[in-house]
Ligand binder design. Sequence first.
Ligand code: NAI
Length: 291
Amino acid sequence: MIKNVGIIGAGTMGSGIAQVAATADCKVKIFDLNQDALDKAKTALEKILNRLIEKGRIDAVEKNRIQGNISYVSDMKSFSDADMTIEAIVENIDIKKKVFQELESIVSENCIIASNTSSLSIASIASSLNKPERCVGIHFFNPAPLMKLVEVIPAIQTSEATLKTSVDTIESWKKVVAVAKDTPGFIVNRVARPFYSESLRQYEEGIADFATIDWAMKEFGGFRMGPFELMDFIGNDVNYTVTETVFEAFYYDPRYKPAFTQKRFSEAGYLGRKSGKGYYDYSENATKPEP
Ligand code: NAI
């Protein structure tokens, strides 16, 4: 049974995964290098839980239970009692490998060490460990508390026991698991690449603006969010990096070629909702209404 969970990275995904695990009554410690990220995650959870109370989905007792299950830590050493850790830091293989090496020197022999990577090779991440058989991909979707699907990705080194415990744990957190092969972008992020890239190319070719493409995809395509709204929601930095990784990993197959527009938006800091500006303006004094 997984009882103690360590989350590395208190950003968009880490904070959401912490909420999911805490709701399932795990004791969760969430770590980030950046104190500001920890503070923001704590404040965001308070707001989310208050909103759930307003909607009548939970009561104050439940709110206290969930909050009481989470502690915010500024040192990974406090993960020594973890049964499972889930990493949700920047999508960079070298940084992830370094963090995994440090993590393995802290956690117990049997602790499962998972990554929430969107696109990187789990085999490569696992290779940084002395016990790679305990490594697995556990890929949540954004927002983690709302999205039902979780991809669980065994690397070629992953043991059957690690896979089984991971699947059982995520299902016990009331999620639906798809076991996916360790290939670039796994299932959903690979299928999603052309959704973003073709929309960006349509914009670059002057076929339509962001809002029109989003409107058409929602109105006629049946999508809940248009591609530009979704990229703003995910974060242009994160989404661009995933596209770049999938493109490289498929030996520069042009089907996955990233778009300059997204690269420039990412470089300019127009990351989407989290920075207040992306394809749409989310600032308080926005001149255009947000989508
Ligand atoms: P984010 O940028 O919101 O948060 C990342 C956090 O990690 C930041 O708070 C940062 O301070 C922290 N961090 C960076 N390096 C660190 C280190 N060495 N040690 C501890 N903390 C560190 O990123 P986000 O969106 O949460 O993505 C995290 C991971 O989840 C990435 O691998 C991404 O590909 C994946 N992912 C993202 C999704 C999304 O929609 N944003 C969806 C599914 C997976």
